[in-house]
Design a protein around this ligand. Structure first.
Ligand SMILES: NC(=O)c1ccc[n+]([C@@H]2O[C@H](COP(=O)([O-])OP(=O)(O)OC[C@H]3O[C@@H](n4cnc5c(N)ncnc54)[C@H](O)[C@@H]3O)[C@@H](O)[C@H]2O)c1
Length: 244
């Protein structure tokens, strides 16, 4: 029977200061990985550091040059990156008729361009290592679309297509890339939704409960482990059966 042991692995998790990213960072750390958390939220990172006992970085993942500067600093210290989790994400919901150019650009840039920034920055290292795994946190909205979230849906749908392309490009070098599509997960992002919207979502969830960050973190753990070494280019839904 295989056991999950990430000892000796170095992981980089974006959006690690709270919510899903925080649980991903903690779960990888609890299972032996050296986890480096990235976020804009200094306080959240400080708190994470007390648990993971590793360095954290304040970084805007949508900034191409900043990400490349971070990558140089990261590799100078840690030399390799075995697990790269692109989790940072935002919403700026609005009906298309009212959606501003800024709302569109911001969401595409934080949710999608960030993954390009991170993966391209680490691509040489991953290819040279001939091993590694990339996990991108997408959303069921990227598969099904949603009124009022055209920017978010486009970013997450794009992230899924990006993941599959990376999987094809890096497969011959032993690097896997997969996406997770969470449904409704209880975090600050969803707490902001009004009660009637939450009730509406619940109607479409066969398991009749919302997910937790731990539910997503468990799938990241699996994808980061040897148990998933023959899995690449996939989208794993974590949504209580909302879409099937
Ligand atoms: N909560 C859900 O129901 C749900 C569902 C589907 C997908 N997701 C996705 O999961 C991911 C995490 O969501 P969450 O609910 O934990 O959100 P959250 O808002 O609680 O946390 C997101 C984290 O990302 C950080 N972040 C935002 N912009 C950043 C930037 N430019 N650079 C670095 N860090 C940045 C934030 O500071 C925050 O700590 C997101 O990509 C989100 O789209 C969430």
């Amino acid at each position: 029977m295989m056991k999950i042991d990430l000892f000796g692995k170095t992981a980089c998790v974006t959006g690690a200061a709270r919510g899903i990213g925080r649980d991903i960072a903690m779960t990888l750390s609890e299972n032996g990985a050296k986890v480096i958390g990235i976020d804009l939220d200094k306080e959240g990172l400080e708190e994470l550091k007390t648990v993971t006992k590793e360095e954290t970085f304040i970084l805007d993942v949508s900034d191409f040059n900043a990400v490349n500067g971070f990558k140089d600093e990261f590799l100078a210290k840690y030399e390799k990156c075995d697990i790269l989790v692109n989790n940072a994400g935002i919403t700026r919901d609005n009906l298309l008729m009212r959606m501003t150019e800024n709302e569109w650009d911001k969401v595409l840039s934080v949710n999608l361009k960030s993954a390009f920034n991170m993966v391209s920055a680490f691509s040489r290292t991953l290819i040279k290592q001939k091993s590694g795994t990339i996990v991108n946190i997408a959303s069921v909205i990227g598969i099904m679309g949603n009124a009022g979230q055209a920017n978010y849906a486009a970013s997450k749908g794009g992230l899924i297509a990006f993941t599959k392309s990376v999987a094809k490009e890096f497969a011959s070098r032993g690097v896997t890339a997969n996406a997770i599509a969470p449904g409704f997960i209880e975090t600050k992002m969803t707490q902001a939704l009004p009660e009637n919207v939450r009730e509406e979502y619940m109607k479409f969830i066969p398991l009749k409960k919302f997910g937790t960050p731990k539910d997503v973190a468990g799938i990241v753990l699996f994808l980061s482990s040897d148990l998933a070494k023959y899995v690449t280019g996939q989208v794993i839904n974590c949504d209580g059966g909302m879409i099937m």
